[in-house]
Design a protein around this ligand. Sequence first.
Ligand SMILES: O=C(O)[C@H](CS(=O)(=O)O)OP(=O)(O)O
Ligand SMILES: [Mg+2]
Length: 238
Amino acid sequence: MQIQVISSVNEASSTRFHHKTAIIVDVLRAGSTIVTALAAGAAAIIPVETVMEAKAAQQPGDLLGGERFCRKIAGFDLGNSPSEYDHAAVSNRRIILTTTNGTRALQKAARADYVLTAALLNATASAQAAAALRRDIVILCAGYNDEFAAEDGFCAGLLLDRLQLAGPAPVELDDFGLAMLAFYRNRSSYALETLASGVTGKRLAKIGLQRDIEACAPIDLYKEVPQLLGGMLTRMPI
Ligand SMILES: O=C(O)[C@H](CS(=O)(=O)O)OP(=O)(O)O
Ligand SMILES: [Mg+2]
């Protein structure tokens, strides 16, 4: 099984997703928020690129969620903090979500055979689900404003670590993947510190969202694997 790791949304434009499984990684914060929402019982997440698209897609009963400049969008029900997406808020609701990087990355990979969403919160489950699909894999790190973000690279390395264990097919990595695997293995006991030290983490901390970094740092808290099908993210059947 060949695995390619893409460093940011910007690098995804020329990437071929056909006949592959794409794993979209956005640890801070959209990926973690999506996993948290589905684990809390949300019916579906509908990722869109713009605020206008979000408003146009909304049907009665749907919630609008997302951020611009890390803040909740005016008139929206929810921001991009995983803690907002608890059972009371989202159970059985569809959520139309737009964020700066994560939802854009999901759109880029829409032509893959399978599109999954991973964060630290569901890393092992995502790796196992992707391996079971028996396609070559592209791990797309959402990044920060079109550039690489350390938290996504760390998660990509964790996924590669778990994919190597998932078997039975031998794993062949590209050079960026090799680097991310080494990065993860070097820092595996320091997930929170790694998230906090990157550009996204520093930005979130600066505006008082340190708690979101803490909420996104646990590894394997959930078994839910969000899968994009027909424009909607739902829990992949286990
Ligand atoms: O809301 C977030 O944490 C980020 C905002 S930023 O542009 O990276 O500062 O968006 P996301 O799409 O979750 O990466
Ligand atoms: Mg991000």
